[in-house]
Design a protein around this ligand. Structure first.
Ligand code: UDP
Ligand code: MG
Length: 315
């Protein structure tokens, strides 16, 4: 069979996972009846990841490497790999073995049934804390409420996509790439299969809560303008309340005359309004910052070297 599968792997300091990763990946890929390529993106690793990858790609011409000029983040790394992929279908996979490579054959089965996107949904999240699970759940709830897109819950980036989906994704030009949202936005025939997410093989996740919070902000601001618009309504509500309060104050003045005490009410109103205004400004800032990034139209990523690609393929 001549159809080709591209396996795309973003890698950032994955030195300790690479060996078991390739062992399991190559043995699972050996079992499927397709040609394949593995595109690894070295996302500015500071350890020996690149050297190890180059060793592998010398031994196996199906392993290709995109070496970034610095760390651009996982979402960008996946975008680059998508740009350089040539397969009839692509599979996105983490290098830390949290996504078992054995599941790839199941993804391909569903693809053969005619689905364009087959995403692997976590049955359980092994090795993740209660707090992370709860905050993740909360995030999915909020973004579902705020935006019109329906992001499948408990689904990471582990998925298979048909070539036509990849071409559609490549047309999305935004620089702030919230992949989960983009995947959902493009539509197509989607199907989910369940898998058990494993704990990280080695090393540490680079996602701390501050990063996750920013990731959530990115998702919400890229797919909903509700936070931007809500301040108009808050303003109207506050104006109505203030108007009523003003009437009360004027009546009190007319009935009881000048009434000097009022320190508490003045402080409460000032602090409350000041706080609300700053929040509103902050939200506008979040959006403006992203607009700023978009208008600069910088390239999404800079590649230092390519290994293992044919020359005519280097677009
Ligand atoms: N990764 C990357 N660039 C980064 C951070 C992570 O390419 O800046 C890769 C990492 O090597 C791994 C995948 O993205 O293959 C998932 O990263 P991680 O395990 O840290 O995230 P988590 O699984 O906790 O979401
Ligand atoms: Mg991981």
């Amino acid at each position: 069979m001549s159809k080709k599968i591209s396996v795309l792997v973003p890698m950032y300091n994955e030195m300790n996972s690479i060996e078991p990763f390739f062992e399991r990946l190559l043995s699972s890929l050996g079992k499927i009846n397709y040609d394949y390529e593995v595109i690894c993106v070295n996302d500015g690793s500071t350890d020996n990841t690149l050297e190890m990858l180059i060793d592998y790609s010398k031994k196996n011409n199906k392993i290709k490497i995109i070496n970034f000029s610095r760390n651009f983040g996982k979402e960008i790394a996946m975008t680059a790999a998508l740009d350089y992929s040539a397969g009839h279908a692509v599979v996105l996979l983490d290098a830390d073995l949290q996504h078992p490579p054995e599941v790839i054959s199941e993804l391909i089965n569903e693809w053969n049934q005619g689905y364009d996107v087959v995403y692997a949904t976590r049955k359980v999240r092994l090795g993740e804390s209660w707090l992370k699970k709860t905050t993740a759940l909360l995030f999915y709830r909020i973004i579902k409420k705020l935006s019109d897109i329906n992001i499948p819950q408990n689904t990471g980036d582990f998925r298979l996509m048909d070539r036509r989906v990849v071409e559609a994704l490549k047309k999305l030009p935004e620089r702030t790439r919230f992949m989960k949202g983009l995947f959902a936005w493009i539509g197509f025939k989607q199907k989910s299969i369940l898998f058990e997410q494993q704990p990280r093989w080695a090393g540490q996740t680079t996602w701390n809560y501050w990063k996750l919070w920013n990731f959530a902000l990115e998702g919400i601001t890229s797919f909903s303008s509700f936070p931007l618009k809500v301040w108009g309504y808050v303003g109207v509500a506050l104006s109505i309340i203030s108007f009523v309060y003003v009437l009360i104050l004027i009546l009190q003045y007319l009935i009881r005359g000048v009434d000097v005490p009022g320190y508490t009410s003045i402080m409460v109103v000032m602090l409350f309004l000041g706080g609300i205004q700053l929040i509103g400004l902050g939200v506008i800032g979040e959006y403006l910052g992203r607009v700023f990034i978009e208008v600069k139209e910088r390239p999404l990523y800079i590649i230092r070297d390519l290994y293992g690609f044919d020359h005519n393929q280097e677009s």
